[in-house]
Design a protein around this ligand. Sequence first.
Ligand SMILES: [Zn+2]
Length: 500
Amino acid sequence: MVFITSCRLGFIGSVSFPDSERLPKFWYDTASSHIQRSLLYENSVKTARNIILFIGDGKRSGQCTFLCGSLQPGDGHQALCDPQTYCTDSQVADSSCAATAFLCGVKSNKFTVGLSANATYNLCNSTVGNEVHSLLSWAKDAGKSVGFVTTTRVQHATPAPLYAHCPNRYWYSDASIPADQRKPGCLDIAYQLVHNIRDIEVIMGGGRQHMSPQGTPDIEYPNENRYQDQLDKVDPERTDYLMGLFEPGDLAYELERNSSTDPSIVEMVDKAVHILRKNTQGFFLFVEGGKIDQGHHSGRAKLALYEAMLLDNAIERALELTDASETLTVVSADHSHTLSLGGYTDRGNPIFGFAPQVSDVDGMPYTSLLYANGPGFRVVNGQRSNPQNHSHKDYTPQAAVPLVEETHAGEDVPVYAQGPWSHLFKGTNEDVFIAHAMAYAACIAYKDNTENRDPKALKRKKRRIRDYETVEIRKAQTNDGAIHMPTKVQNMKAVNSKVL
Ligand SMILES: [Zn+2]
């Protein structure tokens, strides 16, 4: 895909542009070929056997532009739309309500996981009856293999709505639930990862610390160089279930990663696709580049943008391993950040470098990347500071407003799609549209969006869901007044098979 490979070119820092771009014919031909590809995809209405969703956490619309100088529409028949990312109670989304939207197809309140807006943040007894289910559970019910990969802990806000329903995104383990909220019976996110959805085939990321009793010594750090080695040795042909937790918490930034102990997101996606694609009924894979967001929060643009680049590499790897005629691949973000690219820089100007002109107000240079807020705000002797050492990996571009952590931004984010039904992704939509469109493409949802295509299947599905929920809610209410989340058969195959 051109847009992926061109992202990598941004680091080369060429000072000129291709000669072909001097001729109008280049632009006419480029536009014409994009039109032809769009026409091809209008006719691609075959059911998508596989669906893959890549989310760059906090990957703003210009992120690829920052790296490559121009965001090229790819040669992979991409469609593009701009979903709006607000949550029911918030103009600017946090990762949990955003993820609930694009994974479960329902807008919700900030800091809540896998619940409708009827549930209240931090209030355990507001959860029962307000659970919403994700693409992962819909795909599992349809007989597909399912899995997810993240560079954060697997209990983090973005992957959590895949399998959990929780009124507080930070209730990773029971130790983090306040006693008064534990009493009504709310279950932590790690518990729900194991119990809520039957046999998730692939779970990879960080988060070991939340899977064992408090105070348990971590098994990696007395025994270095263990986990990467283990992942390398996993034979996907002989492995049906894989849980790989490579750090106690979130994984390391790519620029700080020890490649002998921790896999990259590309390696995790490679292994995940190899395992999942064995199912003849297809698969659903969710992939989150979660450290993009954390890099931005710390104001360190270089760390964040390298994370975005690795996510692009992971997308490329997944596309290589799948057949575009039967796999819908969607790439988007949950929300944006306040980073901007300004200063009339030339093509090929180093992306982490200065704008070509000094300020015409204070006569000082400035970097072309700037945050609207965050830790990059600095004043020295009554003036903004003179930016130096800006190529260092930890350099924080200047920010207009001082904050300990840079914030999310509320603008629309882009969606790219390739494969069957990718032409659905057009125009400006709510972010909930992503879940519904992907389910429609794979014909798996129990929502109304399959009704026109297979009414009998929808009826069966609705009955099954209703029966299931009735039983579970009754169970929950008869347990000494305690309220429990719905539980299914334990996900013990994953836990007992290959635990890395
Ligand atoms: Zn964030």
